[in-house]
Design a protein around this ligand. Structure first.
Ligand code: C2E
Ligand code: CA
Ligand code: CA
Length: 264
């Protein structure tokens, strides 16, 4: 237990230094149209290699960042990097097909006073349109009908910035946000997608969630798609978009073929 606490304190200290010295980077994973295979968006994911040169998993450092409050700076840094990257892609000639970049925002960051204004200021600073960015907020830690979260969602929605509920189907508190129409995209958690083609119960749950998405006129993205059989099952159920290792892991911007000038 003591070692665990010390380990987390170490992570927090190193992460604080990494944030000060630009020691993190962002990798981008494609989100594709299941009918055509065309990339329609990219999800920005934080990547960090610690002082010992070991890559640290977000599942390890994001919870530490949330416990220590560092998450607000981390989310802000990832947002700024991703928006700067969008501006750089937009400046390419010939211009690549328009893509939306999804940025993860912790529920803790989302409810911070001034968050929506900071997002708008970031877009203005880089001269990027609201439609080019979408914010993903995780369902599991979302506080049910939290007034500061609702206010931020409304302000972002009014400004034309899309909001997605991430890991949908793992928590139980986000239907209120869906009902209030401040949400545009639902990302169906990987745990509900794996084995969808062979497990009838899994299929029933996915069908029910997709019916909710449809009833509210939202867009669904299936997470963690790894097989063509899952793609076929998702298409049968009417899910339009997917993301997963089937189309590739997250990669640094420079390695994304879609944005190399010679292929656009
Ligand atoms: P997430 O937002 O649900 O992101 C998707 C995660 O699933 C990523 O893990 C991605 O690499 C992984 N993944 C994608 N396709 C597949 C697949 O087919 N199979 C499997 N097994 N995994 C797949 P990653 O990058 O390790 O991130 C883990 C979580 O950390 C993210 O889950 C997100 O909740 C959080 N995270 C990452 N970057 C940020 C950030 O900048 N801010 C915040 N607040 N959270 C972040
Ligand atoms: Ca996400
Ligand atoms: Ca997710």
């Amino acid at each position: 237990m003591r070692g665990d606490v010390l380990g987390r304190m170490n992570i927090a200290g190193e992460l604080r230094d990494a944030l000060r010295s630009d020691g993190l980077h962002v990798a981008y994973q494609p989100i594709v149209d299941l009918a055509t295979g065309r990339i329609v968006a990219l999800e920005a994911l934080a990547r960090w290699t610690n002082e010992a040169g070991e890559p640290m998993a977000p599942d390890v450092f994001i919870p530490v960042a949330e416990e220590t409050g560092l998450i607000v700076a981390l989310d802000g840094w990832v947002l700024d990097s991703a928006v700067a990257q969008v501006a750089a892609w937009r400046a390419l000639r010939p211009a690549p097909a328009p893509l939306c970049v999804h940025v993860n925002v912790s529920p803790i960051t989302f409810r911070t006073p001034g968050f929506a204004d900071a997002v708008l200021a970031c877009l203005e600073r880089h001269d990027v349109h609201a439609a080019d960015v979408l914010l993903e907020i995780t369902e599991t830690q979302m506080m049910g009908e939290d007034p500061p979260t609702l206010q931020a969602m409304e302000a972002l929605h009014t400004a034309g910035i899309g909001v997605a509920i991430d890991d949908f189907g793992t928590g139980c508190s986000s239907l209120g946000y869906v009902r209030r129409k401040f949400v545009d995209v639902i990302k169906i958690d990987r745990s509900l997608i794996t084995g969808l083609d062979s497990d009838p119960d899994q299929r029933r749950i996915a069908a029910a969630l997709l019916a909710v998405v449809d009833a509210f006129g939202l867009t669904a993205v299936a997470e963690g798609v790894q097989t063509e059989a899952e793609v076929a099952a998702l298409r049968q159920l009417g899910c339009r978009y997917g993301q997963g290792y089937l189309w590739g892991e997250a990669r640094p911007a420079a390695e994304l073929a879609v944005f190399r000038p010679e292929v656009v």
